[in-house]
Design a protein around this ligand. Structure first.
Ligand code: PEP
Ligand code: MN
Length: 342
């Protein structure tokens, strides 16, 4: 992969000429990145040598990268990506804590849980309206009405709201109501969905598929970034192993690996990773100690009555205790690292 770098002052004419020249020498142009402060970068593949590429009008540098997920890589952008969430989260200052039920069940339930998680210190609220269940006979979510209730949650609590989308069509509907669009593990490689999200201007919470490598996760993020949307949060939510004691296995290694390879924020999801509410706090603390930027946790006012994922859902009281401990561990870890690493 090649980055052909131009100064911010490059003219439209120079850029058009360079792109035409690249085409004429059979180079593939993948993306033009205008987000950097000091340059405009053309991401491409070419057999041409550096001298030939530097002859393009306006070009100032040629950088070659071995990684396939160039835009997501630290090699390309060393500083961590900020996801402002309308002022609810400042990268590096505190962990991003997202709480809420697996499913939006009804209006009363979702508002009650939202007020409780807000009180407990959550920075954002998550609830599934369309649910990608393993079984077609399991509860599939209440659909669009769920997005409407979530918009009401934001209006009442001020918290940004997050919900899953499974198709480009759902993404367009959701973006009218929802602040962060979630891609579930089962859709990590749904290419039309990733492309559609890349064209929207809402942050995307991208979960790792349970059989996907961290490189595959970064390549899925790359689809979104390449389409122009740079607001992506990565989420480790457990992978499938031979262990049957827990629902999945939280891949703690993925946290430092993703943080090293990418500038995108990394979240841990201990609820789906363990499938057991008694383990959620330990794995939350472990994820933060390993360098995660935040957590997404399933919470319910009455976990045993939750329509989906009850066994892994913690009570509001347990969530409140967990938030306090997570903040302490985050502060401790932060004090032991250089600010740049976060
Ligand atoms: C969820 O967040 O409720 C969910 C279905 O998660 P995952 O896609 O990680 O299985
Ligand atoms: Mn769930």
């Amino acid at each position: 992969m090649i980055i052909l770098r131009f100064p911010k002052s490059v003219t439209k004419k120079e850029l058009t000429q360079a792109l035409a020249r690249l085409k004429s020498i059979h180079s593939d142009v993948y993306a033009i990145n205008r987000e950097r402060q000091d340059s405009i970068d053309v991401i491409c593949d070419s057999d041409a040598d550096d001298d030939k590429l530097l002859k393009m009008s306006g070009a100032i540098a040629v950088l070659r990268s071995q990684v396939s997920y160039i835009l997501a890589s630290r090699a390309y952008q060393n500083v961590g990506t900020d996801i402002p969430l309308s002022g609810h989260w400042q990268r590096g200052a505190a962990p991003l804590i997202i709480g809420g039920p697996c499913s939006v069940e009804d209006r009363v339930q979702v508002l009650e849980i939202a007020h409780a998680v807000h009180e407990a210190g959550a920075d954002a609220f998550r609830g599934g309206a369309f649910k990608p269940r393993t079984s077609p006979y399991a509860f599939q979510g209440i659909g669009k009405k769920g997005y409407e209730y979530l918009a009401e949650v934001r209006a009442q609590t001020g918290l940004p709201v997050i919900s899953e989308v499974m198709s480009a069509e759902q993404a367009h509907i959701a973006s009218e109501y929802i602040d962060v669009l979630q891609v579930g593990a089962r859709n990590m490689q749904n290419v039309p969905l990733l492309n559609a999200l890349g064209k929207l201007s809402k942050p995307v919470l991208l979960k790792r598929g349970f059989s996907a490598t961290t490189e595959e996760l970064l390549l899925s993020a790359e689809y979104i970034l390449r389409n122009g949307n740079r607001q992506v949060l990565l989420c480790e939510r457990g992978i499938r192993t031979f262990e049957t004691e827990t629902r999945f296995t939280f891949d703690i290694n993925a946290v430092p690996a993703l943080k090293e390879k990418s500038h995108l924020p990394v979240l841990g999801d201990p609820s789906h990773a363990t499938g057991k509410r008694n383990y959620v706090e330990s794995i939350s603390l472990a994820a933060i100690a390993a360098g995660a930027d935040g957590l997404i946790i399933e919470v319910h006012t009455d976990p045993d009555s939750a329509i989906s994922d009850g066994p892994q859902t913690v009570s509001v009281e347990a969530f409140a205790r967990l938030v306090k401990k997570v903040k302490k561990v985050y502060a401790l870890v932060k004090s032991m690292r250089r600010a740049d690493d976060l």
